[in-house]
Design a protein around this ligand. Structure first.
Ligand code: EPZ
Length: 417
């Protein structure tokens, strides 16, 4: 397994290009299953999770080729309707093929995803949405088995905001008979991106980005070309990289309004963030101020930025209270940050971080995608060398992060094993 070595001390400067959004590309790839034809997706990041979704589509009968940052997906002969455990267990997002496959073929057999490092992550909202659209849904031998001659539009109300369930419901409803209203829908930019993609395919989705989404069912959809929006979490991660090193970095290809909550917290901590032609310039303070953070569904502070913000607060002036409200235990990065000298105490879903003047490099272990990024960010300012192992986690969601950081002056390298 590869490792990433970081030698702290460099102040990051220069420009970095932000890639396409993993969490937009994955549901959009699933949505291609709704129509036969050849789709061209551009600005698609080269990530393990994108490759995994490509495998899922191939298992379902699609032809998928990934060249540079473009995907060609031919769904003309998609006749299979089962997404196997072996693939779904490696990536929960695979469950988003449920809606499209059910809507197009009238039946679907999708493995229940496993849990993850931060808790169960059930899919009960997804199942309830399919039932609301008239499908028969059973759980058999670890699989969701769903069938419906044709889905029927209805009102779907989610108890709490769910990105994946909103996406599954929206996709399934595009081919249902009649109108569907999704209430308490997730409002993330990736939902809006998916709705834009579905409408380009001929669907009639309105209200994406708000808590109420309306879908007028149509009889069929068609293949399209589409460009994936920039990754707001990669952008936030590099904003923290500049802030934590007191750097001066221009992030290119960022949609500022997708990052408002993170930008606001970084400014509160003393970073200077200004719009420039072609990007967003982030200048870090010599020593940041501690700030309190509570994660929330968009447009609140993204849970996927919690670990990275904790790394910044570990070396901030003062004490920060970080509250995680989306997952029951998304603090697996805490013990690893402590190994670097961070002063963090955890009580249930609340972490109290007391900033220290300096961290010291150590061997640490990545436990999940965003925790990996947090450890690398901490390594950028730790004295000496930090060795981050199990970086296959980071390759799921960041394309060539060590190369991009090195391009900004960081002393970082990947050791292939
Ligand atoms: C998406 O996951 C993202 N993944 C996650 O990003 C992100 O952390 C999450 O949304 C929240 O923003 C992708 O988009 C591929 P949810 P998703 O359904 O859809 C509970 C990353 O780092 N829930 O919004 O799985 C669930 O347990 C990844 O890129 C149910 O209870 O998240 C969680 O507590 C990590 N029942 C909360 O809702 C359900 O049926 C939010 O989950 C579904 C979800």
């Amino acid at each position: 397994m590869d490792k990433i070595l970081v030698r702290g001390g460099a102040r990051l400067t220069g420009e970095v290009e932000i890639g396409g959004a993993k969490n937009a590309a994955l549901p959009i790839m699933a949505a291609t299953l709704l129509a036969p034809g050849v789709f061209e997706l551009t600005n698609v990041p080269s990530l393990v999770d994108v490759n995994t979704m490509g495998h899922v589509l191939r298992v379902l009968g699609a032809q998928v080729t990934h060249h540079d940052h473009s995907l060609t997906i031919d769904t003309t002969n998609c006749s299979y309707h089962e997404a196997p455990y072996e693939l779904v267990k490696t990536m929960r997002a695979s469950v988003c093929v449920l809606g499209p496959v059910l809507a197009r073929h009238g039946k679907a057999r999708v493995s229940l995803p496993g849990g993850c490092a931060w808790g169960p992550r059930p899919v009960d909202f997804h199942i309830r949405a399919m039932k609301a659209l008239g499908a028969d849904v059973e759980i058999e031998h670890g699989y969701i088995v769903a069938s419906a001659d044709r889905l029927t539009g209805s009102v779907i109300h989610f108890d709490t905001s769910s990105v994946g369930a909103t996406e599954n419901a929206m996709m399934a409803a595009t081919l249902a008979e009649g109108t569907t209203t999704i209430e308490n829908a997730a409002r993330e930019p990736e939902i809006t991106a998916l709705a834009d993609f579905l409408n380009a395919m001929g669907a009639r989705v309105a209200g994406a980005g708000t808590a109420t989404i309306t879908i007028e069912g149509v009889d069929d959809l068609h293949a399209v070309e589409f460009r994936v929006v920039p990754d707001r979490i990669e952008a936030g991660t590099f904003m923290v990289a500049s802030a934590i090193t007191g750097g001066d970095v221009l992030l290119k290809g960022v949609v500022r309004e997708h990052c408002s909550a993170v930008i606001s917290k970084l400014q509160e901590s003393g970073a200077e963030i200004v719009d420039e032609p072609g990007g967003l310039r982030v200048r870090g303070p010599v020593w940041g101020q501690s700030v309190n953070v509570t994660t929330a569904p968009y447009p609140g502070f993204a849970t996927d930025m919690q670990a990275q913000m904790m790394a910044l607060m570990a070396v901030a002036d003062g004490t920060s209270v970080i509250t995680e409200t989306i997952y029951v235990d998304r603090f697996s990065h805490v013990p690893e940050l402590r190994r670097l000298g961070a002063d963090i105490s955890v009580d249930h879903n609340v972490a109290v971080v007391t900033g220290v003047k300096k961290l010291s490099g150590a061997k640490v272990m990545a436990t999940d995608l965003r925790a990996s990024a947090a450890l690398i960010l901490a390594g950028l300012v730790a004295e000496g060398e930090t060795e981050v192992s199990r970086v296959y986690h980071i390759d799921r969601g960041y394309e060539a992060i060590e190369e991009k950081l090195a391009g900004l002056g960081a002393d970082v390298e990947r050791v292939r094993e």
